[in-house]
Every structure is written in structure tokens, then in C-alpha cells.
Design a protein around this ligand. Structure first.
Ligand code: ATP
Ligand code: MG
Length: 357
């Protein structure tokens, strides 16, 4: 019997999708102002004029990605005259990869064997016939900035959104780019305790049958998520607590179920690549550059770039990176060289441990 099996036709869930971290509520509560400001940057494009650019910043887990995606979805429902591109720069971190991805998103599939400039020509041809909105999420993860220069300089009607945890990021960028960017600054502050509570309650209304979330459980989860300053922690707790209560065959999420979830949350401390230790970051970097290699080869490469840990520690850190959703590790049993593990960089956007749940 699975955790989600319906017991006697009774289930806590009304819409299980609403517990999914990828789920974006139709209207993102508490972020109306930011969404309006983002929309204002885009609106001129609908009237055939150039749009405005924006630097969207704020700490992790405060709804930046969700809010911007919501704006894009609204735009998609409103018009066919504006091309929309959303890129996560943790995944696509070079100008070449970014252009390749933009081409794909614009519906141009023949990107193979094309050089960076050729890819940009394709983008230019498509976007300059209409207008374009470009969102570069986690933009601080890019390794070069040429793509920005090209987009800002050679596309006529566009709105470029740079999303980051660090508002200083832009200050260190080439002046030629900064002067062309002249962004609006859209700030996302941390949620207040009331807002955290409101968000969880709202999710409960979407996901669960009425009355399923007790106040005691809500308050316990709210306090913990508020302290963590990341609403993802709240989502994680909520999901875990709901599962714990289903597992216990309870019709409501009680304080004790919230507590089970909180205990679990404490076990997972990795948050973002930036929160990893230097050594682990270095290991992640080696994996990134040599994705798909055997663990033994990765260890050798790690040593070559000055890694100081033992093989055992290395394995343990790979394991931790896997649990954090940064890499995937697959054991190949009985290959030509006996059992080995192949390590890949995780392809799906999974910036936090908590997203795995
Ligand atoms: N106001 C809100 N109401 C409902 N859900 C929200 C709200 N804000 C954030 N969420 C949800 O919380 C999760 C984290 O939000 P999001 O991914 O947008 O954070 P972020 O600010 O982009 O963080 P990061 O800097 O780590 O990328 C998502 O699942 C999102 O749907
Ligand atoms: Mg984000």
C-alpha cells in the first residue's frame, strides 16, 4: 500500500499537484506589487515600443522565480506578438549554451553544429520581427556575459529580466552592458511571519480538503519556515506533514505530523550551491565539467585541481551532493571494470535539497 493510496475512498488531498514545488499558484499572493512592476516593463512591447529591463533581486525562496513565471504565463495568455524566453543560468551558464537554449525555446531546432554567432543570427531574425521578453534566472551563475551584450545591443524591442540573490552582481559587470541595461530594480524582501502563514494556508486550501490543516500544525510549520527565511522550507514541511498524517491514517494534519516534518527538515541543511563548503563546491565543479564520468576518474581530476580530501571523503561528498539534487550517481554493476559509479550533473533545475521532496 503506497503512501498515497486512498483508504476507504478517503484522502486528505484535493489537488495533490498544489503540493508540488513546481506548482505556481495562479495569483502569487504578496507579490502583486513586484508582478505589476515586471508587467510594466513588458507592457510597452505590446504597444510596439521597446520594453524596459529589470534587475530582480532578493534572498532564496522568496518567490522571485514563481512571480516572474506567473507574469510570463499571463503574457502568454494575452498575446502571440511577444516571444518569451526563460533561462536558468545555473543550467545554461555560457553564451553558447544560452543561445542554443533560446533557439530551442523560440522553436528553432536545427542548432546542431552551429557556432555562437550563427545561433544569435537566428535569434535576431526571429525576435526582431516581433518583440521579446528574456528572463535570465540565477544570472550570477553565468560564466561570461557576451550574451547580454548581444541581446541588449542588437535586439530592438525587448525586456530583459535578470534574477539574482545578489543585487551587487550587476555592479561588477562590464560598463558597456550596465549602461545598456539601465534596469528597474525590483526587490523581493523576505516574507513576514504572517505572510508565511498566509502562503501555507493558501496552499492548504488548494491542496487539501477543507479543515484538514489544524492551526497547531500550521503555527508550528510557520515558525520553523519563518526562521529558515525560505518559503521552500514551509512547502517541504507542509508536504511531509501531509504525508505523515496520511500515513497515520489521520484525516487532519496535527501538531505531531508537523513535528515529524520539522525533524526531517533539520536533517537536510544543504540549500544552494553557495552554501556548500569550498571543497564540495570544487567537487561539484569537477563533476560539472566532466559530467558522465566514473567516480574514480572524477576523484583523479579533483586531485589534479588541488583537491585535498581522501577518496572516502570524496565519495561521501558526492553522496551528499546527490541527496542535495546537485548530481546524480548511478551504480553500474558488473561492467568491464567491475562495479563503478557514473556521476552526472543534475539536469533538472533542483537548486535545493528541499526541492527533492
Ligand atoms: N507568495 C507565494 N505564494 C505561494 N507560493 C509561493 C510564494 N512565494 C514562493 N512560493 C513558492 O515557494 C517556492 C520557492 O519560490 P521561488 O522558487 O519563486 O523562490 P526564489 O525567490 O526564486 O528563490 P531562489 O533565489 O532560491 O531561486 C516555489 O515553489 C513557489 O511556488
Ligand atoms: Mg528562483
Amino acid at each position: 500500500m503506497g503512501l498515497f493510496s486512498q483508504k476507504g475512498g478517503e484522502t486528505l488531498f484535493r489537488n495533490e499537484d498544489a503540493l508540488d514545488l513546481e506548482f505556481v499558484p495562479k495569483l502569487l499572493p504578496y507579490r502583486e506589487l513586484q508582478q505589476k512592476r515586471a508587467a510594466a516593463c513588458i507592457r510597452p512591447l505590446l504597444e510596439g515600443r521597446p520594453g524596459r529591463n529589470a534587475l530582480v533581486h532578493g534572498p532564496p525562496g522568496v518567490g522571485k522565480t514563481a512571480a516572474i513565471k506567473w507574469v510570463l504565463r499571463e503574457l502568454e495568455d494575452t498575446t502571440d506578438d511577444v516571444e518569451m524566453v526563460y533561462i536558468n543560468c545555473w543550467q545554461k551558464n555560457t553564451t553558447f549554451k544560452i543561445f542554443e537554449e533560446i533557439c530551442q525555446q523560440l522553436g528553432y531546432k536545427f542548432t546542431q553544429n552551429k557556432r555562437t554567432e550563427e545561433l544569435f543570427e537566428v535569434i535576431k531574425n526571429i525576435v526582431n520581427k516581433k518583440a521579446g521578453v528574456f528572463v535570465f534566472d540565477e544570472v550570477d551563475k553565468v560564466e561570461d556575459h557576451d550574451f547580454l551584450y548581444s541581446i541588449l545591443e542588437e535586439l530592438y524591442k525587448k525586456a530583459v529580466f535578470l534574477v539574482t540573490n545578489y543585487k551587487e552582481w550587476l555592479e561588477d559587470i562590464d560598463e558597456r552592458i550596465r549602461s545598456r541595461m539601465t534596469p528597474e530594480i525590483i526587490e523581493f524582501r523576505s516574507y513576514s511571519k504572517e505572510e508565511v502563514s498566509g502562503i501555507l494556508k493558501h496552499r492548504a486550501e488548494l491542496a487539501l480538503i477543507p479543515g484538514a490543516l489544524t492551526d497547531d500544525a500550521l503555527n508550528a510549520m510557520t515558525s520553523y519556515a519563518f526562521e529558515a527565511k525560505d518559503i521552500r522550507v514551509g512547502m517541504f514541511l507542509f508536504r511531509e506533514a501531509a504525508l505523515a498524517s496520511e500515513y497515520a491514517n489521520s484525516k487532519r494534519i496535527l501538531f505531531e505530523h508537523a513535528n515529524v516534518a520539522i525533524t526531517k527538515a533539520k536533517e537536510f541543511v544543504i540549500r544552494k550551491p553557495d552554501d556548500l563548503g569550498d571543497d564540495t563546491k570544487q567537487i561539484l565543479d569537477v563533476v560539472k565539467k566532466n559530467s558522465g564520468s566514473k567516480i574514480g576518474d572524477l576523484f583523479r581530476l579533483y586531485k589534479e585541481v588541488g583537491g585535498f580530501g581522501t577518496y572516502k571523503t570524496f565519495q561521501r561528498k558526492i553522496d551528499r551532493l546527490e541527496r542535495g539534487g546537485f548530481v546524480t550517481a548511478n551504480k553500474i554493476i558488473g561492467g568491464a571494470e567491475g562495479t563503478t559509479t557514473i556521476v552526472d550533473i543534475a539536469t533538472k533545475e533542483k537548486p535545493t535539497t528541499l526541492d527533492r521532496f
